[in-house]
Design a protein around this ligand. Structure first.
Ligand SMILES: [Ca+2]
Length: 479
């Protein structure tokens, strides 16, 4: 799927022609690169209007999709923050031994690999990280022109990443109980009181400065919501009265699913108003869904401000915008919450891309995985391709949105590996001796909500054998 040299040259030429505001006239030998605005939204599943979800309001991300490309089937390679970010930022797959959980540090697990922002930096870009990009702020900080910034750094005493504003909640969060404060909060505060508003402000200030600069930039913005706790200004909660909230469509555990696929969503139970065992009651589930929606609409508004700022500074015509959620999220689907599984809802993410000069409002159906992002941005910018990358550029699909693309992609969570094909999602679990101990298979054509595991059905024997073989081949390759 590599774009040919002619196309790359043409693209760079187009950017050269339209990049009139940001730079003085380039010398005849220099190439004007596009800027990159790289936006991560923590724990954002494709719960957006533009993905066909009707309960939620996401006008700014919908507009971005209408001006660019929406990837209908984009998947993270590992459904947890730290590891997923390590994977997208290095272009490397997680393996049974690498990029396993939220604590992942690229500096420990892939210390010599050129990271995505580092590659841009080495090719003449100024690179900036505001908010949460690498899970650990100081991880591979040589990737950035400036020290990575997080709004917590400007909070007296360092504050807490949980960013409560209601005094009683701050007190609960800091008391002797092992539990954190509540799982959600609404406060009558301005947009810029919470961290995501501060990230948008910082980005806007920097964009103003960069508009006077001559180097291209790679600005990474890591918005923190809708990660728990679901804290957002009251006005966003008011958009979602409790009575208007519908619970997940399928809330039972899938029939015949192996016990290994269960989890107890411990991340949610860290919060002091959540049940410490058992199911989440429907009344609590509705408040969590309200909170998730309020946070998405809040972050959508903050991203809208940044995109307006990009335009106001005359840089929207020479800046590629890419937006991704770092993994999916279970909002009561299957009776589960949070990420940490290989159910589709925990692995599928939004992926939006706006490229100057490319016709907008197009939807890409091909399977896409996060390791494909690095080579794609490199190709779109006309940079040399680093040799270590394990994904494929999806740039060819931008001119052929109905193109087939990959026939399978791979995700991994702890002891399980998953393969997603056009129609099926198959997961297999392995023990310490690499022996297969459980499996599950869902038919997304006939059972998109994953209500019944059909891996053990006699009629699927050949299909399971073939998916299992591919999955094991990939597992061997990754070793
Ligand atoms: Ca996350």
């Amino acid at each position: 799927m590599k774009t040919n040299l002619l196309q790359s040259t043409l693209l760079v030429t187009i950017f050269s022609l339209i990049a009139c505001h940001h730079q003085p006239a380039p010398e005849s030998t220099s190439i004007q690169r596009p800027n990159i605005l790289f936006i991560a939204v923590d724990d954002l599943r494709p719960e957006l209007n533009c993905y066909g979800k009707t309960q939620i309001q996401s006008p700014n991300l919908d507009r971005l999709a209408s001006e660019g490309f929406l990837f209908e089937r984009a998947y993270c390679n590992v459904p947890v923050c730290g590891a997923s970010r390590a994977s997208i930022l290095t272009g490397l797959r997680p393996t049974p031994d690498r990029f396993l959980d939220y604590k992942t540090r690229v500096a420990d697990e892939a210390p010599d690999v050129i990271t995505l922002p580092q590659h841009f930096k080495q090719n003449g870009y100024e690179t900036f990280s505001y908010g949460k990009i690498f899970h650990h702020r100081n991880d591979r900080s040589e990737s950035w022109t400036d020290t990575p910034w997080h709004p917590q750094m400007d909070t007296p005493g360092g504050g807490s990443w949980r960013d409560y504003q209601v005094p009683a909640h701050i007190e609960m969060d800091n008391d002797d109980s092992p539990l954190r404060g509540p799982a959600y909060e609404y406060a009558s505060v301005t947009d810029t009181t919470y961290f995501d508003g501060k990230i948008a402000e910082r980005a806007l200030r920097k964009l103003g400065q960069l508009s006077q600069d001559t180097s291209p930039f790679f600005m990474a913005l890591g918005f923190l919501k809708p990660h728990l706790p679901f804290n957002a200004p009251q006005k966003y909660w008011d958009l979602y009265p409790t009575d208007s909230i519908s619970l997940a469509g399928f809330r039972d555990y899938p029939a015949e699913a192996p016990v290994q696929s269960h989890h107890s969503f411990g991340e949610l139970r860290h919060y002091n108003n959540m049940p410490q065992a058992g199911a989440v009651p429907d009344s609590t589930a509705k408040q969590l869904i309200r909170g998730y929606y309020a946070c998405v609409t809040y972050v959508d508004a903050m991203i809208g401000r940044v995109l307006e700022g990009l335009k106001a500074n005359g840089m929207d015509q020479n800046t590629i915008v890419i937006l991704w959620g770092d993994h999916g999220w279970s909002l009561g689907d299957h009776g589960l919450w949070c990420k940490h599984s290989t159910f589709n809802v925990a692995m599928q993410t939004p992926l939006l891309l706006r490229v100057p000069g490319k016709k907008g409002g197009q939807r890409i159906k091909a399977l896409t995985e996060f390791i494909d992002v690095y080579p794609s941005l490199v190709e779109l910018s006309g940079l040399p391709l680093p040799g270590h990358l394990q994904g494929n550029s999806f740039v060819g699909l931008l001119d052929d949105p109905a193109g087939k693309g990959k026939d399978a992609l791979f995700c991994r969570w702890k002891k399980s590996d998953a393969i997603k094909t056009d129609r099926y999602l198959y997961t297999e679990w392995f023990d310490a001796e690499e022996k297969s101990v459980a499996r599950m298979l869902y038919d997304h054509q006939n059972d998109p909500d994953e209500t019944i595991n059909i891996a053990e059905k006699e009629e699927n024997k050949a299909l399971v054998a073939s998916l299992s073989q591919r999955l094991r081949q990939q597992r061997q390759l990754d070793r």
